[in-house]
Design a protein around this ligand. Structure first.
Ligand code: GLA
Length: 489
């Protein structure tokens, strides 16, 4: 669209996302006007398009995705917007309304697009481009770049998938600039692999929900192959997100803490496969826990449980013990299980690989996702809430991804009538997700603001700066919204 036309349209009426009641429309529009104006000041192009991608909150199914088990997130009304235009030259030129993210420029016709320093925002665009270039190659196209200005309101390092929303916007922008499109499921799968460029061994949830989100629905997502099934959200309850304000940037320690879990699960899967081979002489290529699931193997349940029990005893194993169990050298274990997709090698944890507890969490959490989807389909809100609470306990005790602050926030939330409260996302900081009756949302927000932010956090973390006046940024109710799209062509 011509940029002047777009500006006059934005001045007249808000560009909506689809959720029926969206209290943020006016705010958003003001920001979009600033975004398009910033584009005009920076780039000469007259013909622009706009892309948006939402963040997400995971309702249940934590750390199940990379194990081949389902998740159930919803897209939220915090999002990233891009105003962009095609470049004739194969160069990508990025700017951001937020000064924390300085301009970036890189060529897209190079065979080897190297990442910027760890944590650089430009890496998420590079991840998408590196993931998509082979597709262009296959079609014999030489890549076109784009110029773009970004704006957003998904807090970074808060477990709301700001990084995946960035990858998704970059991908849609790059595809549009090159006159290409892809089925959303296919794109989600491709981007899940592509985001590993930044060094995290993530699963496919975040990119998938940002692309496939549905108004007023959560999505039960299955993987390998990726499929999404809409699950209706209860009309008389709301989802309230509370940010613990403890940052969990996936570039620092939290990345290592995160990556440890997929490594431990891969080892658990290999140990189970080895035990099955030993006892039943069945060969399984076990890349993830779902590959050794009882339902996928023709083994009776009792026998299966006994085999798993033997495979994962002792519950914690050293590197040496893992090697012995798998009849491998420690170098081979490192190569097969500790080498990340980014090529980096994960260092074995000092306290050993906690295979039994990790397995317990993943299998019980996978079952909770199925039960939760059934509960929501049947309108059983109390049943869904109970599962959310059980999930938090399992995340805390068996997967060890909670923190004192998240546990405190969950307890306070329950005291203020959250029916279900749990940490959401990777853990180690970030947010909780809470199921609250519509009539109690206002008092819930006031109560948690007082008890957690004003009392608890100010005392325990005086160094964390926040302003209660801006609390909408860290404690907010969100409807389930529609996934990413090219809003203006
Ligand atoms: C991060 C990852 C996801 C998923 C969650 C935990 O958000 O990117 O793929 O593993 O953690 O459920």
């Amino acid at each position: 669209m011509q940029i002047d036309l777009l500006l006059s349209q934005l001045a007249r009426e808000p560009l909506g996302i689809h959720a029926a009641e969206d209290p943020l429309r006016a705010d958003r529009n003001e920001k979009l006007l600033r975004l398009v104006n910033a584009f005009r000041e920076r780039f000469p192009a007259q013909d622009v398009f706009m892309v948006r991608a939402p963040g997400r909150v995971n309702l249940i199914g934590e750390h199940t995705d990379y194990n081949g088990y389902p998740v159930m997130p919803m897209a939220i009304n915090k999002e990233i917007w891009v105003c962009a235009s095609r470049n004739d030259k194969p160069v990508i030129d990025l700017a951001n309304l937020d000064d924390d993210f300085p301009p970036r420029q890189f060529p897209v016709d190079s065979a080897d697009i190297r990442p910027y320093a760890q944590g650089d925002w430009g890496n998420y665009t590079k991840a998408a481009v590196v993931g998509l270039l082979p597709l262009l190659g296959k079609q014999g196209k030489s890549p076109k770049g784009f110029s773009a200005v970004y704006a957003g309101n998904i807090p970074a390092a808060a477990g709301l998938s700001s990084s995946s929303a960035l990858v998704v916007t970059a991908a849609l922008t790059f595809l549009h600039a090159n006159d290409m499109s892809l089925a959303l499921e296919e794109l989600a799968e491709l981007l899940a692999r592509a985001e590993r460029y930044v060094g995290t061994e993530g699963g496919g949830m975040d990119q998938a929900i940002s692309l496939l989100g549905r108004d007023n629905h959560a999505l039960k997502i299955d993987f390998f192959p990726l499929r999404g099934q809409p699950v209706p959200m209860p009309a008389d309850h709301e989802i309230v997100v509370c940010n613990s304000l403890i940052r969990a940037p996936k570039t620092e320690r939290a990345m290592n803490d995160y990556n440890r879990r997929p490594v431990e699960c891969r080892i658990a899967a290999a140990l189970i496969a080895a035990q099955i081979k030993n006892q039943l002489n069945i060969d399984i290529r076990a890349n993830r826990l779902a590959d050794v699931d009882a339902d996928n193997l023709a083994i009776d349940k009792q026998n299966y449980d006994r085999i798993v029990g033997q495979a994962l005893t002792p519950a914690v194993l050293s590197m040496q013990e893992v090697a012995e169990r798998l009849s491998l050298s420690t170098q081979e274990v490192t190569q097969n299980y500790l080498t990340l997709k980014s090529g980096k090698v994960f260092q074995p944890p000092d306290d050993g690989f906690k295979v039994a507890a990790r397995y317990r969490h993943v299998l019980s959490e996978a079952a909770r996702v199925e039960q939760a989807a059934r509960a929501l389909h049947q309108g059983d809100v109390a049943g869904f809430a109970t599962l959310m609470n059980a999930s938090h306990q399992s995340c805390r005790n068996d997967y060890e991804i909670s923190t004192t602050e998240l546990d405190t926030l969950v307890e306070i939330a329950r005291a203020h009538h959250a029916l279900g409260a749990r940490l959401t996302g990777a853990g180690f900081g970030g947010c909780t997700v809470n199921l609250v009756h519509k009539e109690k949302v206002a008092s819930f927000i006031d109560g948690v603001t007082q008890d957690y932010y004003s009392d608890y956090l100010r005392t325990t973390h005086p160094e964390i700066r926040f302003n209660i006046k801006d609390r909408e940024q860290f404690i907010f109710a969100s409807p389930a919204v529609q996934g990413a799209e090219i809003v203006v062509r």
